[in-house]
Design a protein around this ligand. Sequence first.
Ligand code: AMP
Length: 332
Amino acid sequence: MDKTLEGVNMMMTSTDRFKCPPGIKVFNKIADFRQWRRSLLLDKKTLGYVPTMGALHQGHLSLVAAARKRCDHVALTVFVNPAQFAPTEDLGTYPRTLQKDLDLLASLGQGVASAVLVPQVEEMYPAGIELDVTKQKGTFVEVLGISNQLEGTTRPNFFRGVATVVSKFLNIVQPEEVFFGQKDIQQCFVIRDMIRDLHFPTKMHICPTVREESGLALSSRNVYLTPSQKEHALVLSRSLKHMESLYRAGTRDATTLVQAGTKLIQDERKKVQEDGEDWEIKLDYVSINSGKDLSELKGDIPSEDGCVISMAVYVGDTRLIDNLCLDVELAD
Ligand code: AMP
């Protein structure tokens, strides 16, 4: 195991160091979680599942609430999954706030979240896990045709890491229903295909993106932003809304819409430069993709599938993503 991973694992997860709020069971070991899960089954209770990397916010809590509406019990996993981080990314600094996460879950009231599994990296990856994919050993899951565009361009092994860890967790948790956020729309498409292709007996739900009043999509990575960066980060939701209003007014040419969104980002980039800030806004992509299979659209947007407009923008060192789905039927 490389040095980053050793450190990360130490930072993670002895639950001994945390105060478990009443009514929420916190498990470190997969076998202990499974025993609890089996007791629900024997009791004929259903289980809804919310996978997370922790640093919980209202976006995560909205998934928990949606799960509790449909299922007798809700379990979360909190696991910062090394396999979805490139060696250059923020695995070492990703916020880890387990006590605060547990307290937030408790604030939803007793009987909303029943259990949290916080597994060790070694137990999740028995063959070990290297960030350098050429050195990895063991079993990995790839969902072809949907993992290499959009986020997959800048993060080529990201969805392999996500699909692998979610399939491990679906095997461990064995939920009747699983809940994901539209905020990570490509992840939703990838997991939807994986559940279908691997015949997981789990119903998937995609829940709406929770935003600050300003429009900024909630994200665990927002804590990296300075107040001024947070202000300028509003350009993501603003330009998505602008593209949406052009679409609603009848513009159906994907390239025209992408250009309109891009212009707002570039204007904001100039503003930051003119303000003499020592950081930059940099556009990674603005894209319009089919609401059916996320293939990139260039000309006319076909009316039958709708479309996903999405973008990734660096605000300083922080890479933010956001999207809107226009006339797309998301699984519910
Ligand atoms: P993460 O902890 O970032 O891996 O996210 C765990 C789950 O929460 C994923 O299904 C995300 O899409 C979802 N999520 C993250 N941010 C939001 C948000 N602002 N609104 C709704 N769901 C979100």
